[in-house]
Design a protein around this ligand. Structure first.
Ligand SMILES: C[S@@+](CC[C@H](N)C(=O)[O-])C[C@H]1O[C@@H](n2cnc3c(N)ncnc32)[C@H](O)[C@@H]1O
Length: 257
């Protein structure tokens, strides 16, 4: 399993909140889910970027994530705690609960899964577990970064700085992606996540995490949904509601159990 060291993980959770401030995906998801209050389960809710606005919109929301530093950031963003819940949970190995109207596999989670399981199997498992967590007639919303040309996205030998900055404890760091490769046959992309830290006490810390992920083709996701008993009701390629095409960069799927 490719975990970050604790001090890096905490720094990362703060950088996440500073840098991931887009709300287009959250607003789009809210418009698809509708205004009638629903019981929503978000898989890998992180620091509540989806969870909090969904609760503020009147839905009853539950979030699961295994990163305590991310989860710890949720409580400071909420005023009303009645309709928002979160639990520390490894979504691969732990139970999700049942009786939900909507399961969110959003924020590119199909490509952000951390587990020891074969990546493809883990992706399909997320769709199967969504079906198990839903009421009959409930929906899964999948939203992940998508392109017809993954080789152009992933075959990149140049270092890519994802973010850098100083956290509230004075630790400076940089997360860099290195040596990104993509195998067209298998859909497997490999890269190194390198953290370069200068800690508040002046010491340096470097951690390199070799990472391997599977880029799921849309046809593959449709097949997994079918196998899990879902019927796709809608698909979009961006947050303007355009269809998936060679010019769009998301696959957003709304499917009914
Ligand atoms: C890119 S963040 C997205 C967070 C949030 N959904 C958002 O939109 O801001 C991905 C999250 O997936 C979580 N994650 C990855 N693998 C996980 C697993 N096996 N079990 C639980 N959480 C996981 C990470 O801890 C991280 O918080």
């Amino acid at each position: 399993m490719y975990y970050e060291k604790d001090i890096i993980s905490k720094w990362n959770s703060e950088m996440y909140d500073c840098n991931e401030t887009d709300t287009n995906d959250v607003e789009f998801a809210l418009s698809v889910i509708g205004v009638e209050p629903k019981r929503i389960l978000e898989i890998a809710c992180g620091s509540g970027r989806f969870l909090v606005p969904m609760a503020n919109a009147g839905h009853n929301v539950t979030g699961l994530d295994f990163d305590e530093h991310m989860l710890n950031r949720i409580s400071r963003k909420i005023s009303n705690t009645q309709n928002i819940h979160w639990h520390k949970s490894d979504v691969i190995n732990d139970e999700w609960g049942t009786g939900f109207d909507v399961v969110l596999l959003a924020a590119n989670f199909l490509f952000n899964i951390v587990s020891d399981m074969d990546y493809r199997q883990a992706q399909e498992l997320m769709i199967k577990k969504s079906a198990e967590a839903l009421m009959p007639g409930g929906h899964v919303l999948i939203d992940y970064a998508y392109t017809f040309y993954p080789e152009k996205w992933f075959n990149n030998p140049n270092p890519n700085i994802v973010w850098q900055g100083t956290d509230s404890e004075g630790n400076f760091g940089k997360m860099v992606l290195l040596n990104n490769t993509y195998d067209k046959e298998t859909g497997i992309t490999k890269f190194i996540r390198r953290f370069e830290m200068t800690l508040a006490d002046g010491s340096n810390l470097i951690q390199e995490i070799p990472t391997e992920k599977h880029f799921a083709a849309i046809e593959q996701v449709r097949e997994w949904l079918k196998r899990a008993g879902f019927v796709i009701e809608n698909e979009w390629g961006d947050y303007h509601g355009n269809p998936i095409s060679e010019n769009t960069h998301r696959a957003i799927i709304w499917a009914k159990k």
